[in-house]
Ligand binder design. Structure first.
Ligand SMILES: C[S@@+](CC[C@H](N)C(=O)[O-])C[C@H]1O[C@@H](n2cnc3c(N)ncnc32)[C@H](O)[C@@H]1O
Length: 244
């Protein structure tokens, strides 16, 4: 059964995910940075540093949320970054940040679903997704849509939570993620389900080799991954090699 934010609801996962992110959007950045001890910023920076090797002019930020990845991507000086998300609330926060950073001529944000992207085939040089793919209702559909809209030769870099595999860190992380994080998340975000969902969705996510296999099945090539910070997060990358 799919992991959903609100277990008592009959609404489809996508609707529940959008509702959840709308509910917590005002507190998302604060919680994200505090609960990760600000390491999330380093993870995005590292992903964009890898992306910089390919000098993309046009970048699609999938599940952009409050636009942190889109903003970071501007540091490699692309012509344009397009950020899409299903949560209007998250995008509103992102828009305010973009105005404050004077990046309105570089970044465009729009409400759109990763599983049904409103772009022509072969549109973008590269794409990134930060902590988004875990939330897709149909992960393969979402990934194949990214593949479709990438130009041939284009790279897709995915930053996603994963699970530390061994040692005392695995235990500490399990305790923190299952007990402390939902506790603080509930108090600050006022949405208890959101941070329980975070734990459940990360636990269920097919990370590492399993995710690489999904990328391969969908049609990406030259797939590889780099675990970060004892394996709490992983950067995956894959390339489009032909038209579909
Ligand atoms: C954890 S946030 C990540 C936001 C941002 N990328 C970051 O790095 O902080 C996940 C985002 O994925 C979005 N999302 C989930 N499913 C989506 C879909 N099918 N299409 C577009 N966005 C989606 C949510 O609305 C939410 O804003």
């Amino acid at each position: 059964m799919a992991v959903v934010p609100y277990k008592d609801s009959d609404a489809p996962k996508k609707k529940q995910v959008a509702e959840m992110f709308n509910n917590i959007s005002g507190r998302y950045d604060l919680l994200n940075h505090t609960l990760s001890f600000h390491v999330d910023k380093y993870w995005r920076k590292k992903t964009i540093r890898i992306l910089s090797k390919y000098t993309p002019e046009t970048i699609l930020d999938i599940a952009t949320g409050t636009a942190d990845f889109a903003i970071e991507a501007c540091k490699i000086n692309p012509q344009k970054v397009t950020g899409i998300d299903i949560s209007k609330g998250m995008l509103e926060i992102g828009r305010k940040k973009i105005i404050k950073k004077k990046l309105t001529d570089k970044i465009e944000l729009m409400v759109a679903d990763s599983e049904n992207l409103p772009f022509e085939d072969n549109t973008f040089d590269s794409s990134v997704a930060g902590f988004g793919v875990r939330n897709f209702e149909d992960i393969e559909k979402g990934l194949s849509e990214v593949l479709r809209v990438l130009k041939i030769g284009g790279w897709f870099l995915i930053l996603e939570f994963s699970k530390p595999q061994s040692g005392i860190f695995k235990m500490l992380y399990g305790f923190y993620f299952k007990r402390i994080l939902p506790f603080i998340g509930k108090i600050v975000s006022k949405d208890r389900s959101a941070y329980l969902y975070l734990h459940d969705s990360v636990s269920e996510f097919p990370s590492g080799k399993k995710f690489e296999d999904i990328l391969k099945r969908v049609g990406f090539v030259n797939i590889s991954s780099v675990p970060l910070t004892f394996g709490i997060a992983t950067i995956y990358k894959g390339q489009k090699s032909k038209s579909f």
